[in-house]
Design a protein around this ligand. Structure first.
Ligand code: NAD
Length: 483
C-alpha cells in the first residue's frame, strides 16, 4: 500500500468548518493516511464575484487528487447560476450518487428499526441536464435526456456495489409505463445488466408505488437503483424515515474522481455554536476511506462511531431523554469517538472493510460496446405556437403544405391526439404538434428544410422540430395518447 492518499478538502459554509474540524481530527486519530489539500468553495467565493462558487485553482487540486471531502455550502437562492453541486458532479464525471440509509435502533428514534437500504442514484442525466425552453406564451419545456451508456454505467455500478458489499438484491425504480423510451431504455439496460449477476436478486417497481412501499416498509429494499430525479426524491425520503438525516453520508462516484459529503446542508441557523452533529460528514469520510482502499482505518472509525452512538453520547439533534445518556457539543462528540477507537459496538452490527492490496480499490465501470443500429429518417414532428386555434383548423391549414412524399398523419396538443377525429373534450393550449411521415421509404433533410421554408412563407410560427427516426426498424419516437 502506498503511504498516504492525497485528498482535497473544503470546509464549506455554516456548520461546515465545525463538522469538518471534528471529522478531520477523528480521521487523523483513527489512522487514516491522508495528505490534505484545502480549497475554498461556496459563500466567500460567490461573494468575491465568482458566479460558480469555485475558482480555477480549486479545480486544479480536485483534478489532481481526484478525491474530494466536502462540507456543505450555502447556495445563494433565486440566482441564475447552476448549483455548485451539479457543476462539480458533471465536471468530474461523478455519475453515481450512493446514499446508505440505515437506522440505529434502539439508540436513535426511528419508525423503521430494521431499515438498511442503499440508494444508488444516477447523477448526471435526466432532467438535471437543465435544458429548458419557453416555447409559447403558455408552454414551458424541460428536456429529459437518458443515455444507454449512462444507464448501463449506473446499473452496473449498483450491481458491482451490491456484490462488493454483500448485498442480496438490487431493485430498479422506473416509470416506463409512461416514459417508454427514456425510462424504458433504463429498464431494458437494467435487466440486461442484472442477468450478468445471477447471485443477486433483481426486481423493479414503478417509482410511485415503489416510493410508497419504501416509506412504509423500507425493510423490503436492499439496494435501489434509479434515475436522477426519482433518486433525488427517494433518497431524501429514505434518509428521513431512517430517522437520521443528520447521520447519513453520501458518495458521488466517477471513474476517475469521487466526492464525499454529508447529505444535509450548511444549517446556517446553528452555525458557530458547536452543536452540529458531525456524523453525516464522518460517515461520508468512512466511505471515502473504503473507496481509496484504506478499509482498516474506515472500519476502526466506523465501529468507534457506532459504539459512541450506542453509549448514548449524542449531539442535540438526536438527543432523546429516553434513549440518550449525554448531550454533547460537536468537539466533545469527536473526542468521544476518538476515545472509542479500537472498540466494537456491543449491540449494533460491527462493520468490517479490508484494505485494498494494490492501494487502489476502485477500478471504475466498463460499459460494454454495443452494435450501432441502422438509423433511418422517416418523418418529422413540427411544433407550432398557435393561440386560439381549433384542431381541424390547424390540420386544414398545415396539411396542404406537406411536401411530396410526406403526409400530415396527426395533430396533437400536449401529447394528446386531437386530429383526425374531433369528438373529444381535450383542452388545447397554444402549443401544437403536427406529425409528417413518409408512407413508405425514407424522408430527407432536404424535404424537412423545404417544409419549414414553406411553413415560414405561409406565416406559420413553428417553434421546434423533432426528426423521426427508426433504429433497426423500431420507432425511435413515441406514439401519441389517442393514436
Ligand atoms: P439543512 O440540511 O442545512 O438544514 C435542515 C435542518 O437540519 C435545520 O434545522 C438544521 O439545523 C438541521 N441540521 C442539518 N444538519 C445538521 C447537523 N449536522 N447537525 C444538527 N442539525 C442539522 O438544509 P437547509 O436549511 O434547507 O439549507 C441550508 C443551506 O444549505 C442552503 O443554502 C442550502 O442551499 C444548502 N445546502 C447545501 C447542501 C450541500 O452543500 N451539499 C445540501 C443541502 C443544502
Amino acid at each position: 500500500m502506498s503511504d498516504t492518499t492525497p485528498i482535497t478538502v473544503a470546509r464549506g459554509d455554516g456548520i461546515g468548518p465545525e463538522i469538518m474540524d471534528a471529522t478531520l481530527r477523528i480521521l487523523e486519530e483513527g489512522g487514516a493516511r491522508l495528505a490534505i489539500e484545502e480549497i475554498e468553495i461556496g459563500r466567500a467565493v460567490y461573494e468575491r464575484g465568482v458566479p460558480t462558487g469555485i475558482e480555477d485553482s480549486a479545480w486544479e487540486s480536485l483534478r489532481r487528487t481526484k478525491v474530494f471531502l466536502k462540507a456543505p455550502i450555502t447556495t445563494p437562492q433565486g440566482g441564475g447560476f447552476k448549483s455548485l453541486n451539479v457543476t462539480i458532479r458533471k465536471a468530474l464525471g461523478l455519475y453515481a450518487n450512493v446514499r446508505p440509509c440505515v437506522s440505529f435502533h434502539p439508540f436513535v428514534q426511528t419508525k423503521h428499526p430494521k431499515m438498511d437500504t442503499v440508494i444508488v442514484r444516477e447523477n448526471e442525466e435526466d432532467l438535471y441536464a437543465g435544458i429548458e425552453y419557453r416555447q409559447t406564451q403558455d408552454v414551458f419545456q424541460s428536456l429529459k435526456l437518458i443515455s444507454h451508456t449512462g444507464s448501463e454505467r449506473i446499473c452496473r455500478y449498483a450491481f458491482e456495489y451490491a456484490r462488493a458489499h454483500h448485498r442480496h438484491k438490487v431493485t430498479a425504480f422506473v416509470k416506463d409505463n409512461i416514459m417508454k423510451l427514456t425510462d424504458g431504455e433504463f429498464h431494458r439496460v437494467y435487466k440486461t445488466v442484472a442477468a450478468e449477476y445471477p447471485e443477486i436478486e433483481a426486481d423493479s417497481l414503478i417509482v410511485d408505488i415503489g416510493t410508497a412501499r419504501l416509506a412504509d416498509t423500507p425493510e423490503m429494499f436492499d439496494v435501489i437503483v434509479t434515475l436522477n430525479l426519482y433518486g433525488d426524491i427517494i433518497s431524501d425520503v429514505a434518509a428521513q424515515i431512517a430517522g437520521s438525516v443528520g447521520l447519513a453520508g453520501s458518495a458521488n462516484i466517477g471513474d476517475k474522481c469521487a466526492m464525499f459529503e454529508a447529505i444535509h446542508g450548511s444549517a446556517p441557523t446553528i452555525a458557530g455554536q458547536q452543536i452540529a452533529n458531525p456524523s453525516g460528514l464522518l460517515q461520508a469520510a468512512v466511505m471515502m476511506l473504503v473507496h481509496v482502499g484504506q478499509g482498516e482505518a474506515a472500519a476502526r472509525i466506523h465501529n468507534a462511531w457506532l459504539r459512541t452512538i450506542e453509549d448514548g453520547v449524542h449531539t442535540a439533534d438526536i438527543f432523546d431523554r429516553t434513549l440518550s445518556k449525554r448531550r454533547v457539543k460537536t468537539g466533545v462528540f469527536a473526542e468521544a469517538v476518538i476515545a472509542r477507537l479500537g472498540d466494537l459496538p456491543r449491540q449494533l452490527a460491527p462493520v468490517s472493510y479490508q484494505d485494498a492490496e494494490d492501494g487502489e480499490h476502485w477500478k471504475g465501470i466498463t460499459v460494454k460496446p454495443w452494435a450501432p443500429a441502422l438509423k433511418e429518417l422517416v418523418g418529422v414532428d413540427v411544433f407550432f405556437d398557435w393561440p386560439d386555434a381549433r384542431p381541424a383548423q390547424v390540420a386544414e391549414r398545415i396539411g396542404p403544405l406537406a411536401p411530396r412524399g410526406l403526409d400530415l398523419t396527426f395533430v396533437s396538443n400536449r401529447g394528446q391526439k386531437v386530429w383526425p377525429g374531433e369528438d373529444h373534450d381535450t383542452w388545447c393550449s397554444d402549443h401544437w404538434r403536427c406529425r409528417f411521415m413518409t408512407g413508405s421509404g425514407l424522408a430527407t433533410h432536404g424535404q424537412i428544410a423545404g417544409l419549414l421554408a414553406d411553413l415560414s412563407a405561409a406565416g406559420l410560427d413553428f417553434v421546434k422540430t423533432e426528426n423521426l427516426y427508426r433504429f433497426d426498424g423500431k420507432n425511435g419516437f413515441s406514439a401519441d395518447a389517442g393514436e
